[in-house]
Ligand binder design. Structure first.
Ligand code: AGP
Length: 614
């Protein structure tokens, strides 16, 4: 987690650093800080809370200088305090350091440093790292010594890091190093930069270069030197131009980014379908998979993996692909999969999913699968991400930038990608053309069905407000609506801080029913599908125990209306798309409850948009 930005050039670095940091807040927003080299020496400014607080602080009491390094934090070691905010200094105060990652042997290093008389002012692993590197620099004279000392220090460090180091001894340059955490180098007109991702440098850098694991870079405004872990100079990696159009971060008249992103879904889904539905062949075509039909047919088993909302989308995919392609599909959260010794053979493809493409556990799952020789496909929203770069092929979900921490449009776009994949692989494995044609029609109607679902917002808001004071919620669904129930519960927990627990409807009887009481609403997903009657039975069981029931059903379902305390009837559609409509309705449900409770919808407490530590 955490985002870092560094800037070096003839102009004041502070405005560049603040601009970059604001774009990295998706990686954490517990505290922010920066260090710049000023005529009066190395100066640090740190504030608790969002980058905006740091900007206000600097507006009141400006700092000016270059080079500079900066950081936005998601707390791992130590609470959210000013003392724990980055940058951290070494014992001499000459070096300042920002860090993204986790130093796993920080305790051991801290003890060694304490024994030598070091005094720490924070609980962080980063301050230990600053002292550890600083100590090795005691006798460094000149750049060669400096580099050798940093290499020696880092050789004893275990864990993950991307660091930026500011030190007057670096003579107008910055030092950057990485192992396991992302870091790019950017070059603009007069300035050079380091950053956790290239998006942070949009509008500031014209070209981007990737630093590799275990490399150390010395970044100056007109030069770049890169060294490997043995200290040997490496040629600069190939650069790519920063073609990113400025990310549209405006609210476009919406009260929150989450609201805007929920309403963007019809257009996102249209974009995701564009050019991919082959009506003549009654199939779906994904050019990015880089595989012929013959190669795809050789795959006999799929493993889908990801985290959080993306894992829920993967679980939806498991139902859909198994059903359409009649092939075994397993789904596992990436954090488990990476450490589980899952058997993978040449006939298994691992589909690693991550909207950001930078989630640490997802990237680790990808690398573990590659080590085992499996074909690795990625599903992702960022074609420039680590996941996209390291996969053998994949699908871009085309959702556009998602600023709200709670995933909304990326969840539906991921689910849609898997629905399309189900049709494509189904057609390779016996799905009749007539059936596939029907499914393609269903997908084509999805954007319009989503628009009609969004038209129900006022009704959904009223239901959310009515139940906003309930402390606990149950979310229940069957088949492909079960992952949607999980996702609905996650949305509610994330942005309302209410407790919610999701289960397959039939699991109620196996224990969860003990939680049913008049203060615990049960949210049922009950479209008129093959398991509709079963769901009605489960609803009756809750009602018989005086539990309030809110049901999301299908248009015209008067039976459901008669049975439940509140009912939202969604456009009637097929089994491939109904779960997506339910999911959008649950996004609105959580959103309006969070607004009613006065929560910070776009930046909920304790969270970060992209989880770049394991
Ligand atoms: C969902 O609302 C969360 N933001 C979170 O669960 C997220 O889906 C998860 O961290 C995975 O992120 P990714 O898709 O970028 O890998």
């Amino acid at each position: 987690m955490c985002g870092i930005v560094g800037c070096v050039g003839p102009r004041d670095a502070v405005p560049f650093l603040l601009r970059g940091l604001e774009r990295l807040e998706y990686r954490g927003y517990d505290s922010a800080g920066l260090a710049v080299l000023t005529p009066a020496g190395l100066q640090i400014r740190r504030t608790v809370g969002r980058v905006g607080r740091l900007a206000e602080n600097l507006a009141q009491s400006p700092l000016e200088g270059s080079p500079g390094i900066s950081h936005t934090r998601w707390a791992t070691h130590g609470p959210v305090t000013g003392a724990n905010a980055h940058p951290h200094r070494d014992a001499t105060g000459r070096l300042a350091l920002v860090h993204n990652g986790v130093i796993e042997n920080h305790d051991e290093l801290r003890q060694r440093l304490l024994a030598e008389g070091h005094v720490f002012s924070s609980d962080t692993d980063t301050e230990v790292l600053a002292h550890w590197i600083g100590k090795s620099l005691d006798s460094a004279t000149g750049w060669d010594d400096y580099l050798a000392a940093v290499r020696r220090a880092l050789a004893e460090v275990r864990g993950s890091y991307a660091i930026g180091v500011l030190d007057a001894r670096l003579e107008g340059s910055l030092l950057a190093a990485r192992a396991g955490s992302p870091l790019v180098i950017g070059r603009g007109g007069q300035e050079s930069f380091i950053a956790s991702d290239e998006q942070a440098l949009s509008g500031m850098a014209r070209e981007i270069l990737d630093l590799e694991d275990f490399q150390i870079a010395r970044v100056a405004s007109g030069s770049l030197e890169i060294f490997d872990r043995a200290g040997s100079p490496r040629s600069s990696p190939a650069s790519r131009s920063l073609s990113l159009t400025e990310v549209d971060e405006g609210l476009g008249g919406h009260p929150h980014h989450m609201h805007k992103e929920i309403h963007e879904q019809p257009r996102c889904l249209e974009r995701a379908l564009e050019g991919r539905l082959d009506e003549d062949g009654a199939t779906v075509v994904f050019a990015g998979l880089h595989r012929t039909n013959r190669q795809l047919r050789e795959i006999q088993r799929l493993v889908l993996t990801g985290c959080g909302s993306t894992l829920h989308a993967a679980m939806f995919g498991e139902y859909v692909i198994e059903n359409l392609a009649r092939m075994p599909v397993e789904c596992d959260c990436a954090s488990e999969f990476r450490y589980r010794n899952a058997p993978l053979d040449t006939q298994t493809a691992v589909i690693v999913m991550s909207q950001s493409g930078e989630t640490a556990d997802a990237v680790a799952a990808l690398r573990e699968s590659r080590r085992k020789g499996a074909l690795v496909l990625g599903i992702c929203n960022n074609p420039r991400s680590t996941l996209a770069r390291e996969s053998d092929g994949g699908i871009e979900i085309r959702a556009g930038s998602e600023i709200g921490v709670a995933a909304t449009k990326t969840f539906t776009a991921e689910a849609l990608a898997l629905a399309m994949l189900g049709i494509q692989w189904g057609r390779l494995r016996g799905l009749p053309a007539a059936e596939a044609t029907q499914l393609l029609k269903e997908l084509q109607s999805l954007p319009e069905l989503v628009r009609r679902t969004l038209d129900l917002e006022e009704q959904i808001a009223r239901v959310a407000q009515r139940f906003a004071q309930a402390p606990n919620f149950l979310f229940l669904g069957r088949q492909a609506s079960y992952p949607v129930a999980l996702e609905g519960a996650l949305k509610l927990k994330e942005i309302t801080y209410r407790f919610a627990s999701a289960h397959p409807s039939a699991e109620l009887k196996h224990g969860v029913i003990a939680l049913v009481n008049p203060d615990t609403p049960a949210i049922f997903l009950a479209a008129q599908d093959a398991v509709y009657e079963k769901n009605l039975g489960n609803i009756a069981e809750v009602k018989a125990r005086c539990g309030p029931v809110v049901a999301f059903g299908s248009d015209g379902d008067t039976r459901l209306e008669a049975l439940c305390d509140a009912t939202v009837l969604l456009p009637a559609t097929g089994g491939l798309t109904a779960p997506l409509l339910q999911s959008i309705a649950l996004q609105l449900f959580a959103y309006h409850m969070a607004v009613a409770l006065g929560r910070e919808v776009d930046r909920p407490r304790n969270l970060a948009k992209s989880v770049t530590v394991e």
